[in-house]
Design a binder for this molecule. Sequence first.
Ligand SMILES: [Zn+2]
Length: 173
Amino acid sequence: MTIRPLVILPDPKLRLVSEPVATITDEIRKLADDMLETMYDAPGVGLAAIQIGVPLRVVTMDVSKTENEHQPMVLINPEIVWASDEKRVYEEGCLSIPEYYEEVERPDRVRFRYMSLQGETIEQEAAELMATCVQHEIDHLNGILFIDYLSKLKRDRVVTKFKKAAKREVGGA
Ligand SMILES: [Zn+2]
């Protein structure tokens, strides 16, 4: 397993629409392993493949509450098949937008379908943190970021901040 560098705002890769995985190969299994390692190292509760620069529809998540009890999930080609009318506000962050947190309103509960690494199709219902996380990660597969749900003013402010930081890094200062 390898910890891979994270793609950070305003990298245009974050706006790509990722491609479905056709077959689960060793390469996909290795990608999932690296994603889990990178996610735990960050640390984060969810990661989409594009966040390490791979435009494939693969997501890793672990929303277990205790630190010693990992519950890693690997979702291949995940999609939301149902969302509740009730909404819930949750403070979100993103490994590609480090140290920035804002409240986002999303459906409270969702049902989602995905393929496991073993090739089974699984349908599952999620609430609370898992519901927020799976919606946030599937958004990444479609080039959508949580800041897209904020007011234009807030979004522009955070994008400008990260653009400036990226420029400083290129300048070597
Ligand atoms: Zn994210």
